[in-house]
Every structure is written in structure tokens, then in C-alpha cells.
Design a protein around this ligand. Structure first.
Ligand SMILES: [Zn+2]
Length: 346
């Protein structure tokens, strides 16, 4: 696929190629509705812009991590287009540790009262800096929350297990505090066995797009595991890594076509709201999945400079399209998420 609009628009960190994302969206091959299983809509105003752009990219409905304080307004405005995921209030949590403990337990009930059946356990290693215990995946407090969520009828446990390899190389330099990347996983696997009757949705290709053999092992050992494609910079950088065999990556998606959900991880709030910011994530992930594009990603990837200081801070990763078959795209873009949501009705 050739770009039609190279250098026709002003440059910014979400658009180093000067693309007209509106025009590029209209040229993408896939033409049916798409569901996004992983977004963060922070407020109604930013969500208005988000949905204008979602419309351009065919994204009909989203599962969103939205604070309880905002949820009712969000649901009033967008109705069926938004599906709530139970989360603690991370913003308040910076000053108030109760947000991750007693307040969170209360919110599990409150979100359930608003129809939520999906709960997110964010367990990135850096969570230990926010709260040393409560954001660890299998801490006593988290286990208490899981038990409560299960009793209340949550049936999707969404999880962020690990961060990019690049972060373990540069940011998590104290393994005694954060653990190694591999050490993030045993607790996750044990919990998937313990809660075998819930669907586990592991964000960001289960946190290991760098090692799809490892992800395959997780999928093979745990039939109740789904993964999402979210975090555009990370996925593009790793899944398009020129050192890796495109066919192997493509085969992984085809083999696991029933287990992979399209997700972007777009964050939309008063601080993060621009046309190019949102459009670039949809464009990059859709271009990765459905086209044969080979060239620069339009999105600045700071990890490239972090890993090698001789690399320009404004560098963008290579983007190599997988050109997945149309019926595989239909599963990943729509059917798998629709099936997950439909299971709540029974
Ligand atoms: Zn996210």
C-alpha cells in the first residue's frame, strides 16, 4: 500500500509523515464495523472528538476504562457505544492510597451496579511506585477484590501484566523491586487457573509482543485467555521489527484469530486530545493488521532514543503490514469482542 497524502499536513509527534488521516482512513481496505476492546475515555468532551475519529476508522463501539465519577455522563451521551470497565481512580490515587484499597473495593460494587462485567487489574511493575501492595497482581488486597468481583458477576478479568522489554532494560533497573519481565507471569498463570470460569483479557499482546512463542505458550496453557492488540507504538515497534520474520508474526495472528481482540489503548482526556493523536493510533494499528504497507510509522517512538542515544529523539519505528485475510480481520476487529460481550447476556 502506498500513502496517498505524504507530507500534505503539518508535522507533529503523532504525524511525522504529514498524513491526512481522514483521507488515509477512507483508503484502508477493511470496510465493516470494528470494536475497540481497550480505550481510556477520560471525559465527555474528549470522547466527542474520539468518536468523530472512531467514525472515520469504522470503530463502532469501545470498552473503556472511565472513572466512576464520569461514567454516568459518558453513558448518557454515548449509550451503547461505550462499555464500562471497572477501574480505581488513578488520578486521586496519587494523593490518596485508599483509592487503591477500600475505595476500589467499593467501586467494584458501584461499577457492577452500572452494568459492568469487565474489571481491569493493572499490574505494571511501576504500580509499585503508586502503591507498594495494592497494584501487585496477586497481593492479598487484589485477591480480595477478585473474589468480590467474581461473586458480583464480573466475567472478564482484564490485566496488564508486563511492560515492554525496552522498559525492563532501561526503567526497571532494580529487579529486586520490580522483578524481571518473566517474573511477572507466574502469578498471572496461577490466577487464570484459579478463576477458570472467567475470561482473562491480557492487554498489549499479553505484554510480550517481543516473544510470540511465549505468548503462544500462555494461550495454549490457558483456554480462558484472550489478548488485545493495544498500545500502538509498542506493537508497531515489535511486530514490525525488521529483525523478525514477518511470516511468523502473520502466522501467529492467523493461528490465534479467535483469541485476539482489536484494541488501541487510546487515552482521551483534557490533556490528551487531538485529531492526529487519536487518528494515528487507529491508522497505525489498522495499517499493521490489514495492509502490505512497509515504511516509517508516523508516530514518534521515544523508546528508540531511550535504547540508543545516538538515535534522533523524534525517530519513528518501522511499520510492516501483515495484510491479514479479511475473515481473520473480521474475527479480530469484531467477532471476538462481540462474542465476549454477548456472553454477559446469558
Ligand atoms: Zn490501557
Amino acid at each position: 500500500m502506498q500513502l496517498a497524502t505524504h507530507q500534505t499536513m503539518p508535522l507533529n509527534d503523532a504525524n511525522r509523515l504529514g498524513l491526512d488521516y481522514r483521507a488515509e482512513a477512507a483508503r484502508l481496505p477493511y470496510g465493516r464495523p470494528i470494536l475497540d476492546a481497550h480505550v481510556h475515555l477520560g471525559d465527555v468532551q474528549a470522547a466527542e472528538l474520539f468518536f468523530q475519529i472512531a467514525d472515520l476508522f469504522g470503530v463502532q463501539r469501545v470498552c473503556t476504562m472511565t472513572n466512576l465519577e464520569v461514567w454516568d455522563d459518558m453513558a448518557d451521551r454515548f449509550g451503547d457505544r461505550v462499555v464500562p470497565i471497572c477501574i480505581p481512580n488513578y488520578l486521586k490515587g496519587r494523593d490518596d492510597p485508599n483509592q487503591f484499597t477500600t475505595e476500589w473495593l467499593g467501586r467494584i460494587e458501584d461499577f457492577r451496579g452500572r452494568g459492568s462485567r469487565i474489571i481491569k487489574y493493572w499490574a505494571a511493575p511501576r504500580g509499585r511506585d503508586l502503591h507498594p501492595e495494592a497494584l501487585v497482581l496477586d497481593s492479598p488486597l487484589r485477591r480480595q477484590g477478585m473474589k468480590l468481583a467474581h461473586e458480583l458477576g464480573y466475567r472478564v478479568f482484564m490485566v496488564h501484566v508486563a511492560d515492554p522489554d525496552t522498559w525492563f532494560a532501561r526503567k526497571y533497573t532494580d529487579p529486586r523491586k520490580y522483578g524481571t519481565k518473566r517474573e511477572q507471569y507466574p502469578a498471572f498463570e496461577a490466577l487464570m487457573d484459579k478463576y477458570a470460569d472467567v475470561t482473562w483479557l491480557a492487554a498489549h499482546m499479553a505484554g510480550s509482543p517481543e516473544d510470540l512463542d511465549f505468548v503462544q505458550g500462555l494461550l495454549d496453557r490457558h483456554r480462558n485467555l484472550l489478548i488485545d492488540t493495544s498500545a500502538a507504538k509498542w506493537q508497531v515497534r515489535e511486530l514490525s521489527n525488521p529483525a523478525r520474520d514477518r511470516q511468523v508474526v502473520r502466522d501467529f495472528f492467523i493461528r490465534n484469530r479467535k483469541r485476539i481482540l482489536f484494541g488501541t489503548d487510546i487515552v482521551a482526556n483534557a490533556h490528551d486530545a487531538s485529531f492526529d493523536l487519536f487518528a494515528s493510533r487507529f491508522w497505525a494499528l489498522r495499517t499493521l493488521m490489514e495492509t502490505d504497507y512497509q515504511g516509517d510509522s508516523p508516530i514518534v517512538d521515544p523508546d528508540l532514543h531511550m535504547m540508543d542515544e545516538s538515535v534522533d529523539p523524534k525517530s519513528t519505528a518501522h511499520l510492516r503490514g501483515l495484510q491479514l485475510p479479511d475473515d481473520v480481520l473480521a474475527d479480530i476487529y469484531h467477532h471476538n469482542t462481540a462474542k465476549m460481550l454477548a456472553a454477559f447476556q446469558v
